[in-house]
Design a binder for this molecule. Sequence first.
Ligand SMILES: [Zn+2]
Ligand SMILES: [Zn+2]
Length: 151
Amino acid sequence: MSTEVKEKVWEVTLNSDCQCYDCPKCGVGFVGAEYGQKCDECAVELVNSDSCAGCWEDSENNFYEALESWKKEVGVDWDYVRISGVGVGWMRSSGYTEVPLETCLKSLTINGDFRIEAKWEEKTFSARRYSHDEPTGSAVFTFTLIEEEEE
Ligand SMILES: [Zn+2]
Ligand SMILES: [Zn+2]
């Protein structure tokens, strides 16, 4: 998990598997550490933690924070988003869905392991998903803010 804010660019990475690590010597926990990273204090390699410290929730929060910032950038205060996907699943199908902004991450997640790299740049928000379902590449999702239709 990493969040990086550059000028008008925001990147968030979400991993389905736990990103929590512990130092086997001093027991200090790290969230979002990289494989092979060492404890700052002990200089021993970190190991995967037995207990998750809530890294997915962290990633989720970062994702929605990025969406909110993007919405401000677009300057449209609508609460629905159209997500257009291409190269989705092993059939590499395309299509779109319209969902509430506040729960739209659900449309990108799947059962099984995956990594999502979301980013917005200027007025475009997009996300790439890497998973076993998409072995030959990645699914690409583009987000558009839409007005809620009256029923
Ligand atoms: Zn340590
Ligand atoms: Zn975790």
